[in-house]
Design a binder for this molecule. Structure first.
Ligand code: DDH
Length: 295
């Protein structure tokens, strides 16, 4: 693990927090040497539980600190992300966990040469698990299942209010990081350099020949690039199989600038899901202590 030492900065000094997040990213003994990808995934899983219809879930509350959501198999491994940045919150109790998790995601993206994603503070933390459950209901089936296809993607992302184009743009996050056999059961990275954000994922998805991997793990696809085995989930391949999705895969494979612009908009929308601010800028679904300025 890195030699990072968290420091207290003034209340509201989000740039001071960002600097420390950038320092945390360097993790020589972990995965590909960076905490960045798993921090992006933390921001996504914190937010991607939102339901437009039921109006619950979303990035407010930081419910993943509590048993039920933390232990959801879909969130396996995200405890590492939470632990990487925990010292920053411990040194700066004025920032909510929910704000820190989303800020860490956008800061990591930018540090990995991705686009700048708009971020605003104001998320509040649930006081306890029962509070979290009140607002979240049963979130177990809300995050996508990599073994499924295009209908499932439209169902999951439609529930959050996303279009086909936005689904494809967001899926480009798989330029980063890897699957871990001991977390999701799937295995390997999608691209050769998984700590640098780019449109490689779309290029590889649309140009390589992908074949089923012969192994005793879950069904996934593979291709070999420069001696390295890369992977795609069935949900990734669904983006090439469905004509509407494929159209956007081909556009993003050719035009990285367009991908970055669309990704920044879709990710910015993601981390605001369920935040529901009032005039003070704080979320209505509120932890009273945080609202009153207490740690
Ligand atoms: Fe993902 N993702 N994701 N993903 N994801 C995994 C890893 C990462 C799906 C499944 C998996 C998004 C969409 C989908 C990231 C970001 C985003 C893993 C591997 C699985 C499985 C977990 C593990 O074993 O550690 C599926 C299915 C979908 C979908 O159907 C669309 C989106 C929208 C994002 C986003 O950020 C906007 C990142 C980053 C990772 C790498 C994590 C790591 O630890 O490395």
């Amino acid at each position: 693990m890195g030699k990072f030492q968290a420091r207290a900065v003034g209340k509201g000094d989000y740039d001071g927090i960002r600097k420390q997040i950038v320092e945390v990213l360097e993790q020589p003994g972990y995965d590909d040497g960076s905490a960045g990808p798993v921090l992006v995934r933390l921001a996504w899983h914190a937010s991607g539980t939102f339901s437009l219809v039921e109006h619950n879930g979303g990035s407010n509350g930081a419910g993943m600190r509590f048993g039920k959501e933390r232990d959801d198999p879909a969130n396996a491994g995200l405890v590492h992300a939470i632990e990487f940045i925990m010292p920053i919150q411990a040194a700066n109790p004025w920032i909510t966990h929910a704000d820190l998790w989303t800020l860490a995601g956008v800061t990591a993206l930018e540090a990995m040469k991705g686009p700048k994603v708009p971020w605003r503070p104001g998320r509040t933390d649930y006081d306890d698990e029962s509070h979290a459950d009140d607002h979240r209901g049963n979130i177990g089936d809300r995050l996508p299942d990599g073994a499924l296809g295009a209908d499932h993607l439209r169902h999951v992302f439609g529930r959050m209010g996303y279009s086909d184009q936005e689904i494809v743009a967001l899926s480009g996050a798989h330029n980063l990081g890897r699957c871990h056999a001991d977390r999701s059961g799937f295995d390997g990275p999608w691209v050769v350099n998984p700590t640098r954000f780019s449109n490689q994922y779309f290029k590889l998805l649309s140009t390589r020949k992908w074949t089923p991997r012969k192994w005793d793990g879950p069904f996934q696809y593979e291709t070999i690039v420069a001696g390295e085995r890369l992977m795609m989930l069935p949900t990734d391949m669904a983006l090439m199989e469905d004509p509407e999705f494929k159209k956007w895969v081909l556009i993003y494979a050719k035009d990285q600038k367009k991908f970055f612009e669309d990704f920044a908009l879709a990710f910015g929308k993601l981390i605001e899901l369920g935040v529901d601010r009032d005039d003070s800028g704080f979320s209505r679904l509120v932890n009273k202590a945080a609202r009153e300025g207490k740690p």
